[in-house]
Design a protein around this ligand. Structure first.
Ligand SMILES: Nc1nc2c(ncn2[C@@H]2O[C@H](COP(=O)(O)OP(=O)(O)OP(=O)(O)O)[C@@H](O)[C@H]2O)c(=O)[nH]1
Ligand SMILES: [Mg+2]
Length: 280
């Protein structure tokens, strides 16, 4: 399927269409792929399939560029479950990483150096492109790699705007890029897309439309997980969970009615901050 792409902007909440000239992939992404000798695709360990971007992967490999998967945020998953999942088994080669528990930094640095050496680049500088969906931790990972806070990071998806070149070693430059996702995911009006973006943290809990519907969808997808996190017996019924949790947290409107919107956003906040584990 042909895909077009757009950047999301966490700062402004505006979606900037980069599709003015019927480009299928934004210029900046193509440019980074063109410049790069090696590309790292940063995936969220909780959502490997959802954060892979096939068209970009194809563009990378069709240009003969080496692609390495980096499975970030492994602090948020159970390692045994991760290693057994079919979507994980498909990744080759991969590096496990966590910016939070600082895991995989040396391994990734060594991998980059090894691949660059193997490519026998004659130019004075080798380039490593960092790509991935918004909010997967690209900028955080770069800061760890280069050992200083040079790339701006934020819990809000769409933070990085342009390309940023940072030095890893004397001969290796790392290129940070804005998070990118296929344009068919652009419309937040589609319930499926809205759910996916709330689930993987591209759309922040405070910006999500109909948070109660999203919570209901997530409860269906992850049976028992939310009830067990909040210790509330709801039988898979999101209305019961919202009602009981709202009372517990005193999230009420005038007249003591539970504020389901705020309660649902609280659940999405906990989810997006990784407090609710998809496997308890
Ligand atoms: N738990 C956990 N959180 C992480 C990890 N890596 C990054 N984060 C968090 O994820 C959020 C996004 O991190 P960024 O580094 O800004 O992500 P990005 O991919 O550069 O995002 P964009 O520039 O918006 O595309 C921040 O709140 C980080 O603290 C990780 O390994 N574990
Ligand atoms: Mg960034």
């Amino acid at each position: 399927m042909r895909q077009r792409y757009s950047f999301s902007s966490r700062r402004t909440g505006i979606i900037v269409s980069t599709n003015k000239h019927k480009q299928t992939i934004p210029h900046i992404v193509k440019e980074v792929i063109r410049i790069s000798d090696l590309v790292l695709e940063i995936l969220d360990a909780r959502f490997i399939a959802q954060t892979r971007n096939e068209e970009i992967e194809n563009l990378i490999t069709s240009q003969g560029k080496k692609l390495v998967f980096v499975v970030n945020k492994i602090d948020l998953v159970n390692m045994d479950d991760l290693k057994q999942s079919p979507e994980f088994k498909r990744l080759k080669p991969y590096i496990l990483f966590s910016c939070k528990s600082i895991t995989g930094v040396r391994r990734l640095r060594d991998k980059i150096k090894m691949e660059i050496k193997r490519l026998k680049i004659t130019a004075p500088q080798a380039h490593v492109g960092i790509m991935g969906y918004p909010n997967t931790g690209k900028s955080s990972l770069i800061n760890l790699l280069i050992g200083k806070k040079s790339a701006g990071t934020s819990p809000q998806a769409g933070f990085t705007k342009g390309m940023q070149k940072l030095r890893l070693t004397k001969g290796i430059l790392v290129l940070d890029t804005p998070g990118v996702y296929p344009e068919y995911e652009e419309s937040p009006l589609k319930e499926e897309t809205a759910k996916k973006h709330a689930e993987i943290g591209i759309r922040n809990f405070d910006k999500v439309k109909d948070p109660d519907i999203i919570v209901a969808r997530l409860m269906k997808e992850y049976p028992g997980v939310f009830e067990s996190h909040y210790a509330i017996e709801a039988n898979g019924d999101s209305e019961i969970l919202l009602e009981e949790l709202g009372k517990k947290k005193h999230l009420v409107k005038k007249g003591a009615e539970v504020d389901t919107d705020r309660t649902a956003r609280l659940i999405l906040k906990d989810w997006q901050e990784g407090k609710i584990k998809s496997k308890q």
